[in-house]
Design a protein around this ligand. Structure first.
Ligand code: ZN
Length: 131
């Protein structure tokens, strides 16, 4: 199934945990795997803590590792090489276990759609596998 979201900044982390949990619950899968993936090349899917300071730290880290307009070749045709490179570091999917009809997440774990070239309309794919 697909989850549509609208991002509001060039770079931001959007918590999609409740939407994913709801899909898992509706499908009544007692045990299995939930694959959360995105087909976009300038966005990622990550799992971490939803704390405002930490979210800023993550975005600052990405900015430090991949500064904007640092002479990238892709900028000659599209001017968003930093977005693609940051997405490469994050990865395009996360697979999480489902147990007793729910996502098995750690106490502080949340699932984020990581927008690296917004604001845009984005699509996330949710694939559920029954064990
Ligand atoms: Zn591009």
């Amino acid at each position: 199934m697909k989850l549509k979201i609208e991002t509001s900044k060039r770079i931001e982390l959007v918590d999609i945990t409740s939407e994913i949990q709801e899909e898992v619950r509706k499908n009544e899968i007692p045990e299995g795997i939930c694959l959360i993936s995105t087909r976009h090349t300038t966005a990622g899917i990550i799992v971490n803590e939803n704390e405002s300071g930490l979210k800023e730290d993550i975005l600052n880290l990405l900015d430090k590792l991949v500064p904007t307009s640092a002479g990238y070749r892709h900028d000659r045709i599209d001017n968003n090489a930093d977005s693609h490179l940051r997405a490469v570091l994050l990865g395009a999917s996360e697979a999480l276990p489902i147990l007793e009809g729910k996502l098995e997440l750690g106490t502080w774990q949340r699932i984020f759609f990581a927008e690296m070239d917004g604001p845009r309309n984005r699509t996330i794919d949710i694939t559920l596998l029954r064990a």
